[in-house]
Write a protein that binds this ligand. Structure first.
Ligand code: 4AD
Ligand code: MG
Length: 430
């Protein structure tokens, strides 16, 4: 019976046939242990010399790492393996013999592994991270579909710059100048006025010369936008959505979390509500912690975010940042003009900002004034301003960075491992 490693639990004590690769192998004179992978998972195949024809044992003993094959064998319970099963092999058919696979079981440097990303993806660790990424994507669609959101796809080629003009990738659009999208938000605001509650999920480009463990040049963002939604309501959606993702990963990625050695006790408690702290209070907190030279109006850097996050065991919202630190579209606080109705969600364990969001300005005159203050072209933003001319309503939304969330839940140090083919400051290959 042909099956996959993820399905072997349905075939205990039965004979199965699996198309697989050799992830690793060790053997003695009497027994060969084949670490098999098929994309759905990893399983140990045991070949016992005395129980198979001699040519099968010789083939199993000599087969090289990453060769492809069909194996047949009987599924057996094995409490020690993360999967809980192993395969007592009775047949091996070689499909393709791999010669000198570059990634051996020894330690390799990161640059070498990144140069071989197309192969590194096959490793147990990278496989686990990609499965967790996939579960977050699945749980994202589930959450938004169950809560009345429609998916809307904003354009990738754009003529506007929602998050500031310094980080744009330029390209030619025939005779015109165009940019790769750095956020779909402005289009999602238009979509929210048509469909009420919407979300997008797409690639995002930032020509940022940042070389940190949290920055990619190309990353994926989930951007919900809601009409008739005010600041506090927006935070409730965010904490419920993030709780849903975390609980889904805990439930459906047990093998992967175990493979990665993730301390899941740090994730179990991630359930709404999350704490909120204003920028003003964050500043006082930081000064108490010894960050004495931070002044009102300074942006919070990674060490600041980490210090704040460390005093909570859940993600924390930092709200009401100074207007001067944030993009043009954010709604001022009702009682004071120098801060905006925004919140960044900071993940625990030093993973930094995973969400940026806000209530948007819905009043025409104020939006026009802000565009002018930011030196943006009223002509280019004509359509965006028109949203404030025809039945404008309070509305809010946010953007969650997929890779930072994957890195956090997987417990990997750097976002480069949380996307299949990372685009980094000095890396466009493979
Ligand atoms: O805070 P950002 O820049 O917010 C926006 O783009 C808003 N327009 C979103 C919205 O309200 N619709 O980005 C949102 C999130 C960040 O919190 C972070 O998780 C992720 O996107 N992000 C990055 N992830 C990886 N590499 C980068 N260079 C990132 N820049 C932002
Ligand atoms: Mg941000």
């Amino acid at each position: 019976m042909k099956t996959t490693i993820s399905e072997v639990h349905k075939h205990v004590d039965q004979e199965v046939r699996i198309g697989a690769w050799i992830a690793n192998k060790r053997s003695s004179g009497k027994i060969a242990f084949l670490q098999l992978r098929d994309g759905t998972g990893f399983i140990q195949g045991v070949v016992v010399k005395s129980e198979v024809p001699d040519e099968i044992f010789q083939l199993a003993k000599s087969i090289t790492q990453e060769s492809s094959l069909y194996v047949t064998g009987v599924v057996q319970k094995d409490e020690r393996s993360p999967l809980g099963f192993e395969l007592l092999v009775n047949g091996v058919e070689l499909i393709h013999q791999a010669v000198d696979y570059p990634i051996t079981p020894k330690e390799h440097g990161t640059e070498f592994l990144m140069d071989n990303r197309h192969l590194w993806l096959r490793s147990r660790r990278q496989h686990a991270v990609m499965k967790i990424r996939n579960e977050i994507i699945r749980a994202t669609y589930e959450y938004f579909n169950e809560n009345g959101f429609s998916k809307v796809d904003p354009p990738i080629l754009t003529g506007s710059a929602p998050e500031g003009t310094t980080e744009l990738f330029h390209t030619k659009y025939f005779e015109e100048d165009a940019f790769l999208s750095q956020s779909g938000q402005l289009y999602m605001e238009a979509a929210a006025m048509a469909l009420g509650k919407v979300f997008s999920f797409g690639p995002t480009f930032r020509a940022e010369k940042s070389k940190t463990r949290r920055h990619l040049i190309e990353f994926w963002m989930i951007e919900p936008e809601m009409a008739f939604c005010e600041f506090e309501e927006n935070l409730v959606v965010q904490e419920e959505y993030v709780s849903h993702i975390v609980q889904s990963v805990l439930k459906n990625c047990q093998i992967e979390l175990k493979t990665l050695g993730r301390d899941t006790s740090k994730l179990e408690n991630i359930k709404a509500p999350f704490p909120r702290i204003t920028y003003d209070d964050a500043l006082m907190f930081l000064r108490d912690k010894g960050f004495t030279d931070i002044e009102w109006g300074d942006d919070l850097g990674a060490p600041h975010e980490t210090a704040i996050a460390e005093s909570y065991d859940k993600p924390v919202f930092i709200t009401h940042y100074p207007t001067s630190l944030k993009p043009f579209y954010m709604q001022p606080a009702p009682d004071r003009d120098d801060v905006v109705l925004c919140a960044d969600m900071i993940a625990p364990e030093g993973y930094g900002e995973i969400i940026g969001g806000s209530q948007r300005i819905h009043e025409y005159d104020l939006m026009k004034k802000r565009l002018e203050e930011h030196g943006l072209s009223i002509e280019a933003y004509k359509w965006y301003l028109e949203l404030r001319e025809y039945g404008s309503v309070p509305h809010s939304g946010f953007g969650l960075g997929l890779e930072r969330t994957v890195a956090w839940l997987s417990g990997v140090e750097h976002v480069r491992e949380s996307i299949p083919f990372p685009r980094l400051l000095n890396r466009l290959y493979p």
